[in-house]
Structures are given as C-alpha cells and as structure tokens.
Design a protein around this ligand. Structure first.
Ligand code: NAD
Length: 255
C-alpha cells in the first residue's frame, strides 16, 4: 500500500532535461508514486524514446521538447502543458550543461551559455510556472544543485559559479514564495554515473579519486536521487523549504 505522505496521485510534475540521466530517474520515481510526469529535452528522438520507456512501465507520461535556455519559448511551452496536461504542481529544474576549461582562457560566450542554461533558465522557468502555483497557493519546486554549490575543483569554475547561484536562488525563492505555500528546495548530487561525467568515468585516476574520497566508496547512480525527489515533491516535506539535500555518499562530511 502506498504511504499517503509520499503519494503523488493527481499531481503533475514537469522535469526539465529528463530524457536521460538524473532527470529521467527522478521522473520515473515521481511517476512510480502516482504523478503524471512531463518530460522535457531538446533531442526529440531521445525524448520520444524516454516517453515510450516510462509509458511501457505503466506510468502517465508526456513529452514536450523545448530549449529551457531560450526565454522566447518558455511562456508558450508552459501554456501548452497547462492547457493540454493540466496545472503544474511540481517543477524539477534539472537541465544543465558542463563546460570544462582553464578559467584564465575561458571564452565569455561559453560562460554566458552556461550561466543562461544552468542559472537564468531556473529563474525564468520558475517565474513562469510559479504564476499558477501562486494562484492555487500550492506548489513544489526542486532545483538541481551540486557538490559544486559548496566546493570546487580546477577546470569547472563557471559550473561552480552557476551551482553556487542555484543554491542561493533556491533559498531566495523559498523565502519569497513561502507565503504562497510553495516549497522550494535543492538536491545536491555527488558524483553520479551519467553522460555529463563520461570523460571523468573513463579517467582511471579520477574514478579512483571518487571512490576513495566518497565515504560510501562508490559513484552514485541516477536512481539514488529518486528518494530525495519524492520526499521534496510530496506532502512529507510541506514544512521544509530553502533546504539543499545532498545525496553524495557522505562526501561533504569527509576531509
Ligand atoms: N552527474 C553528476 O554527477 C551530477 C552531479 C551534481 C549535479 N548534477 C546536476 O544534475 C542535473 C542532471 O545532470 P545529469 O548528470 O543527469 O546530466 P545529463 O547531461 O545526463 O542530463 C542533462 C540533460 O539536460 C538536457 N539539457 C541541457 N540543456 C538543456 C536545455 N537548454 N533545454 C532542455 N534540456 C537541456 C541535456 O540534453 C540532458 O538530457 C544537472 O543539473 C547537473 O548539473 C549532476
């Protein structure tokens, strides 16, 4: 029997960048708790495959391809989802990109692309989706943070700056919208086996570092993030807001 505290039946969840990786695993987790899930991505074929996979598992799923970094598309696409699927109760701002390189030679245009995708799009998407949540006085927003919301390492300074920004934007949104009964929280994954980390997974030294540095002794899997997302999307977290839940095998607690 489903525990009612975590039951998401009747809820509609939009998860950005969810045709693979962490977003896909979160969508599957929310769907398994009864939510109707709306997947998003830019690659239509990959999105369609993800929709087919989840619907073959018996989940209620829709796919809406659009680029969350293109502010001119957001209003139209969210309006279409609201009209065709229903009011969005849960927004998971998951889509992000990584661009590696030495800070001293990092191109300004790439910096702008990364900040637009990882940080500005969360402001734009949340602002638009929150309209309905504010009217209904109810909503859950979950922003994907990172270990890099707290610490950094060479070659990923722009990403670190964006994820530090996402952490503080999460707190700011939580403070502004608590009066509308909207809870805004973050999930901070540790090192997770996804496409984004392909080069790191192939680097034996890096792989050994992750296993040695993480108290749990392993990389995380996308499915490791589902429980945190279900908690933050459900009634179980109605008095939790502005919190960043790190799902990192204990890494941030260890020297
Ligand atoms: N993998 C990790 O170790 C890790 C660690 C910490 C945080 N995160 C965060 O978790 C989230 C998911 O990461 P992942 O590892 O699953 O990455 P991923 O690259 O596998 O998936 C990200 C998805 O977002 C999509 N996307 C990117 N830009 C988009 C745009 N403009 N519009 C629509 N979709 C877009 C990509 O196409 C991709 O499908 C990201 O916010 C990432 O920063 C990941």
């Amino acid at each position: 029997m489903m525990h009612t505290l975590f039951d998401l039946t009747e809820k509609i969840a939009l998860i950005t960048g969810s045709s693979q990786g962490i977003g896909f695993a979160i969508a599957r987790g929310l769907g398994q708790m009864g939510a109707t899930v709306v997947l998003n991505g830019r690659d239509v074929e990959r999105l369609n495959r993800a929709v087919s996979t989840l619907s073959s598992e018996g989940l209620k799923v829709f796919g809406y391809p659009f680029d969350i970094s293109d502010s001119s598309q957001i209003d139209q696409k969210i309006s279409a989802i609201e009209r065709e699927v229903g009011s969005i109760d849960i927004l998971v701002n998951n889509a992000a990109i990584q661009r590696r390189g030495a800070l001293e030679s990092f191109e300004e245009s790439v910096w702008q692309e990364l900040i637009q995708t990882n940080l500005t799009s969360i402001f734009l998407m949340s602002k638009r989706v929150a309209k309905g949540m504010i009217n209904r006085k109810s909503g859950k927003i979950i922003n994907l943070c990172s270990l890099m919301s707290e610490i950094s390492r060479p070659s990923i300074s722009p990403y670190t700056a964006s994820k530090g920004g996402v952490k503080m934007l999460t707190k700011a949104m939580a403070v502004e919208w608590a009066k509308y009964n909207i809870q805004v929280n973050g999930i901070g994954p540790g090192f997770i086996v996804t496409e984004m980390n392909k080069v790191l997974l192939e680097d034996q030294k890096f792989d050994a570092m992750v296993k040695a540095r993480t108290p749990a002794g392993r990389w995380g899997l996308p499915s490791d993030l589902a429980g945190a997302a279900i908690f933050l999307a459900s009634r179980a977290s109605d008095y939790v807001t502005g919190h960043i839940l790190y799902v990192e095998g204990g890494l941030l607690s260890a020297l």
